[in-house]
Write a protein that binds this ligand. Sequence first.
Ligand SMILES: [Zn+2]
Length: 493
Amino acid sequence: MAWVTGQQLRLYNSLGRRTEDFTPSKDVVGLYSCGPTVYSFPHLGNMRAYVFADTLRRALRWKAVQVRHVTNITDVGHAVADSDTGEDKLEVAAAKERRSVTDIAAFYTETFFEDLAALNVLPADVYPRASEYVEEMIAFAIRLEELGYTYRLATGLYFDTSKSPGYGTLALLDLAGQRETGRVEHVEGRKHNSDFALWRAEEPGVRRLMRWNSPWGWGAPGWHLECSVMSMALLGEHFDLHTGGVDHRELHHVNEIAQSEAFLHDDQPWVRYWLHNEFLLLNNAKIAKSAGPVPRLADLVEAGYHPMAYRLFLLGGHYRSQLDFTTAGVDAAQATLRRLIARVAPLRPLPVAETYESARALVEDTDKAALAYVEAIDAAISNDLATPRLLATLQDALRDPDITTEGLRVVVAAADALLGLRLADLDPAEVDNRRPATDLAPQEVAAIERLVAERTQARKEKNWARADEIRDELDALGVQVTDTATGPTWQLI
Ligand SMILES: [Zn+2]
């Protein structure tokens, strides 16, 4: 469509596993992001999904595409281990913390919102709660039952995946294989392993904390149902974009598609583009809540990092690449952010350049170099949201002697409209977590100076191996040595 400006926006669609032109189907594009289950603190890995969705959202704004963005809050229905018969995650948390389910949901929803704000994620238009849509979910399941897609068991109402012709396409599932071996949970009477609960009935003698009456008895909805129901209620039956972590591509989104396309019964794909972000790895292990305590954003802040350093760390990798979370990595991001803010602060106030058109208009008659950078920014974001390239382009512009100050202001504003690093307002002091050397005890200073002298001696003797060894020791102490004409100087980083 003509109103997609600059280069054609291309996105990697998990449905078909290829990079495609993005063409909006409506004047206001529907974007649905699978949100958190609010039973514990969101960890750093969880937050990657929302920074990714935010990057997509900013890219659409850059292209002057209007968006309605919905992020759900799962406060009921999500059972432990994503199973059909287990306990509800929120009820388990409530029992463990001796608080009501309502308290648990309210508390962890609030911490989720705090993390979103700290990471400068643009607020979604709506944050629907699953518990507020249970009547609609029941109506949805009744319709599926009428259409013949379901069967009843003592444990609830199940979706029969063998009746869904394209079942598992998103996950590239071999249909027969998935039905036989896909999941290990044993459910008495379930026809295929891939069949999933639309309604989870109460077991006899067990009264759930969160319970609703339904044609299939008292109980609670299955986890997948909420996203189909709430997205259709808020974005219309069909919409353009659905995002989530790559783990959702294998089960949750597969089931969302199956039940939604059965419900709509119109031979159209329910959602046109499915986008998934890769995992954040901690010590080469997937950060999962089941793996025990994992760092939260608050832990990073406590350790002296700015939330924008974490955002920068994430954007330094492409959203479809696994990213190793390491202290060295986040240190480097913090240092890069500090230098960026120091460099950009004298350019303030920055103009508003949130769209390609507006950024271009600000420089096209006056500054050829700046115009080239605006085009390069557009090329990077249009290429499946290539944020590492976008960051490199920004750094190039900041070093370019041929760009005017006015032009540079526009380039920085344009890049940051997409990166969301708060380059326009972040206080340089806020991102400077270097310890002053005056914090050190005299014996620490003496030890550092001894190492620096040893390094100088090793270099004089051309003993490079020893010099490198000492530099590593100094690194470990957080000391950065700079060689100058008058000898080495050092500072804490
Ligand atoms: Zn979902």
